[in-house]
Design a protein around this ligand. Structure first.
Ligand SMILES: [Zn+2]
Length: 376
């Protein structure tokens, strides 16, 4: 029992549901026709929240989930991701093409059949995903693991193939060409003779996280992942905004990058990619004494959007407007603050396409709240 909502979207309705848990981010996207895409994962027990959610709606992931995406390998984005990929037997997995050193060691070890030493849970999750892909692959068929970079189209449905009639495409905006090249240079460093390559630039894990552009008719959704502004023009948002080939049109809905933190804010991202009156949703991030978004972040995001939401309370602990029944039961039992802090929040955006645009309706569940309410 997860007490997630169980009313399914209509076949001609688009849905973007963002789930959070204080530390954790997962996104389920209904592109129409009961076809789903999953981006990142958080888990309830050992099971991905996206698996719970789709099952509760009556959609077995093995029949309805087309693509599972890892934006990057940080712990707050990967819990349950391998389980979700395993359960979605017909799905393809897409991961960023640029990797950190530990991720690459795992990658190389998986392809050589070697076991490797223990890494962070994100890298371990990557290892499990590589094993699932290898086990699932049949000779002379497309490999079920794909690698994303700026301009890579990971999913496409032609116009007329889904009940709403619109063409759908999902394109990765990052990692940048430069960071992919930097990654290849760094692989070259394993060769001790490749002295020249030792000057290869270093990127941070969020620089190589994959943002995605989902185009639906004349409308779009921008999934900002944890992409930040790096100091150079060739990484992070600067690289995305300066890439030679850009998405067409503007997005009406944004998964706010990097938990609303100012390091993920880029004025040009808003002006170039988002409509006036766009809607933004974030998942908060809490680790040790560090929290995102800050009060200043919330104020900035409220100004930048027409409507903005969070999957859970952040700095001041403001909570849900429309709790799950489990949340009601828990509060009656006066559960500990620790347990309350771990409850799931879901921001659900649904809309039908009219004249090529999506008319979004947003519903909040569990810990989710309006960002403006958080600021009060
Ligand atoms: Zn994150």
């Amino acid at each position: 029992m997860t007490n997630l909502p169980v009313d399914a979207p209509a076949p001609d309705e688009i849905e973007v549901s963002v789930f959070g848990k204080g530390f954790g981010e997962a996104i389920a996207v209904h592109v129409g026709g009961h076809r789903w895409i999953a981006i990142d994962s958080l888990s309830i027990g050992q099971i991905s929240v996206t698996h719970h959610y789709l099952s509760g709606l009556g959609f077995d992931p093995k029949d309805h989930l087309d693509v599972v995406i890892a934006t990057h390998w940080h712990d707050d984005h990967i819990r349950g991701l391998a389980q979700l990929f395993e359960s979605a037997a017909a799905a393809e997995m897409i991961v960023p093409l640029a990797m950190l050193k530990t991720e690459f060691i795992k990658f190389a070890a998986a392809f050589s059949g070697q076991s490797s030493t223990k890494f962070s849970s994100g890298v371990e999750e990557f290892g499990k995903i590589l094993q699932i892909a290898a086990a699932r692959h049949k000779p002379n068929t497309a490999y079920p693991l794909r690698m994303a970079y700026n301009g890579y189209v990971g999913y496409r449905k032609t116009s007329g193939s889904l009940p709403h009639g619109q063409q759908v495409s999902l394109e990765a905006l990052s990692p940048s060409n430069f960071d992919v090249a930097a990654f290849l240079h760094r692989i070259g460093q394993v060769n001790p003779e490749a002295k020249l390559l030792q000057r290869a630039p270093l990127y941070g894990p969020n620089d190589v996280s994959s943002a995605y552009w989902l185009q639906i008719g004349n409308d779009a959704v921008l999934f900002g992942a944890d992409v930040e502004n790096s100091s150079g023009v060739n990484s992070g948002w600067n690289a995305i905004l300066n890439a030679p080939v850009q998405p067409i049109g503007k997005a009406s809905l944004l998964k706010i990058p990097h938990h609303g933190g100012v390091s993920g804010h880029n004025d040009k991202m808003w002006s170039q990619f988002l409509t006036e009156g766009s809607i933004g949703t974030l998942t908060p991030w809490t680790k040790g004494g560090n929290r995102l978004p800050s009060g200043a972040d919330i104020a900035r995001l409220i100004t930048a959007t027409a409507e903005s939401y969070s999957t859970g309370p952040s700095a001041n602990g403001k909570t849900a407007t429309q709790p799950f029944s489990v949340a009601k039961a828990l509060s009656k039992d006066k559960v500990s603050l620790q347990r309350v802090a771990n409850k799931i929040g879901q921001v659900r955006h649904r809309g039908k396409v009219s004249d090529g645009k999506i008319a979004w309706t947003t519903t909040l569940f569990g810990e989710a709240c309006n960002l403006a309410a958080m600021a009060k």
